[in-house]
Design a protein around this ligand. Structure first.
Ligand code: SAH
Length: 460
């Protein structure tokens, strides 16, 4: 059957009623069955919309004014919410954010994995869903001869003017960025300029252990040398005693990647420390550490519950980072093997095992999809496998290795419902059954969704 022409034209203004939300949190309204995606519109709302893009099967619109306002619409507290684009859901009540995330997981399971009846529990949210982030990485620029810091405006490399706070960021980090910028500016340190590939300071990264109050500052420069290094360091740590570590990273490339290869501790420790539950973690500059520790505790508690450990089990933790989940599991298992691709993270993981006097966890550097088949060939037979992959999900080889190893249980921690659902289908076809899924809100005010799935071997 030939598709009909879209019922709307570019630049046309229309009245639209919204029924649904996309997985990025945009409103979805239909004109004669043709869906239009409109950022910042909410289900139940009626609004004037300007059509800005018309594709064959769907289009995009811009919200002009809302005539029927949803009771879930709230005033975004951030002054640069629309410009920045780092948050997508500040205009939505927190209750609706949590419901939306639960629904996104449900829909992905139904549409992609064809799993209709798996219980997806209500999202575990925060009591206070603001100022939760423990890490900021912010670009440095110059305007009128002065150093500025701020996030890039949406889809650009233009630093947002006058942005001195971020409402999802720990206030300590905000203040530290401001301090580094102010001192560096006074010392005459220049900002890196992308246009002519000149200048010094590219990014400032700040990470704070929310339980310990320890802060690490990382200065990322184009140049091998950081001018006025001694003065900068001295003023920073003498003025702000919570700073425990100042690190210098050199990135000479013309690239969007923030970190370069070489990292050097300029002052203080190589690590800052933080705790989750009763485990203490050493975190170095380049290692992945969850940005929202109180919610991470809920995430790991759920993973631990789904692992159902009694103390006799052998466990693999694939994509283990600095060993956070591994060390949680090790307290309840016989032996844990962690694998992770970033060498610095594995050296942190080993340090963390020592720090917590945990002797039954071993860590290996490598690609999980290569190390797992190798472990299998060596005869390693885990009872439980935990995976926590990046957004692109598990590699096909890794999923096959899991199915071949036949663990009793798999716990899948996911930051992307679509790839979770894709991988659950493969595991289901390989003889596993998804028992339940628990979404945990690790990133309030943003469209990001985290979930844990309990997967068990079907009886033979
Ligand atoms: N479980 C950890 C880390 C999860 S983030 C935690 O909760 O803190 C995902 C991790 O996977 C990152 O540390 C990343 O470096 C790692 N990673 C990415 N690709 C990988 C691969 N192919 N093999 C092993 N680890 C990988």
């Amino acid at each position: 059957m030939a598709k009909q022409k879209p019922p709307v034209k570019k630049n046309q203004t229309i009245e639209l009623t919204f029924q649904d939300l996309t997985h990025e949190g945009a409103g979805v309204g239909k004109v004669d069955g043709y869906p239009l995606f409109v950022p910042y519109a909410l289900p139940g709302e009626k609004a004037k919309v300007k059509v800005i893009k018309v594709n064959k099967n769907f289009g995009f619109g811009k919200l002009l004014n809302v005539s029927e306002v949803s009771p879930d619409r709230v005033e975004p507290p951030c002054d640069v919410y629309i410009q920045c684009g780092g948050c997508q859901l500040q205009h939505m009540s927190y209750d609706l954010q949590l419901k939306m995330k639960q629904n996104q997981v449900k829909n992905a399971l139904r549409k992609i994995a064809h799993l209709e009846n798996v219980p997806v529990h209500p999202t575990i949210g925060m009591n206070d869903p603001w100022r939760y982030r423990n890490k900021v990485q912010i670009p440095v620029g110059e305007r009128d001869g002065e150093l500025i810091t701020g996030f890039y405006q949406k889809r650009s490399h233009h630093i947002i003017e006058g942005m001195d706070t971020c409402v999802i960021q720990d206030e300590v980090n905000d203040r530290m960025v401001e301090a580094v910028r102010r001192i560096a500016d006074r010392l005459g340190i220049t900002a890196y300029s992308e246009e002519n590939d000149k200048g010094v300071l590219r990014h400032i990264m700040v990470r704070t252990g929310q339980q310990t109050g320890e802060t690490m500052i990382v200065l990322i420069t184009r140049t091998e040398k950081l001018p006025k290094q001694e003065e900068l360091i001295k003023e920073l740590h003498e003025t702000y005693p919570q700073i425990k570590s100042i690190v210098h990273n050199v990135n000479k490339e013309k690239t969007n990647v923030i970190f370069g290869k070489n990292t050097k501790v300029l002052w203080g420790n190589k690590y800052i420390y933080d705790t989750i539950g009763d485990i203490k973690f050493a975190i170095s500059a380049k290692s992945f550490y969850q940005v929202n520790p109180p919610q991470t505790k809920h995430l790991y508690d759920t993973a631990l519950e789904y692992a159902s450990l009694t103390g006799t089990e052998t466990v693999i933790d694939a994509y283990c980072g600095i060993g956070t989940i591994s060390l949680f599991l090790a307290q309840k298992a016989k032996k844990v093997y962690g694998v992770e691709i970033v060498p610095e993270a594995i050296s942190d993981a080993k340090e963390n095992a020592k720090l917590n006097k945990i002797e039954n966890a071993d860590f290996y550097v490598g690609e999980a999809e290569k190390v797992m088949p190798w472990w299998n060939a060596q005869g390693l037979r885990p009872d439980v496998i935990v995976v926590d992959p990046p957004r692109k999900g598990c590699d096909e080889d890794l999923l096959q290795a899991m199915v071949t190893m036949q663990p009793e249980r798999i716990v899948y921690v996911s930051c992307n419902p679509s790839t979770l659902a894709r991988d659950l289908r493969i595991l289901e076809d390989g003889g596993y059954e998804t028992k339940q899924v628990q979404p945990v809100d690790m990133f309030p005010q943003t469209g990001h969704i985290e979930a844990v799935a309990e997967i068990v071997k079907k009886p033979d």
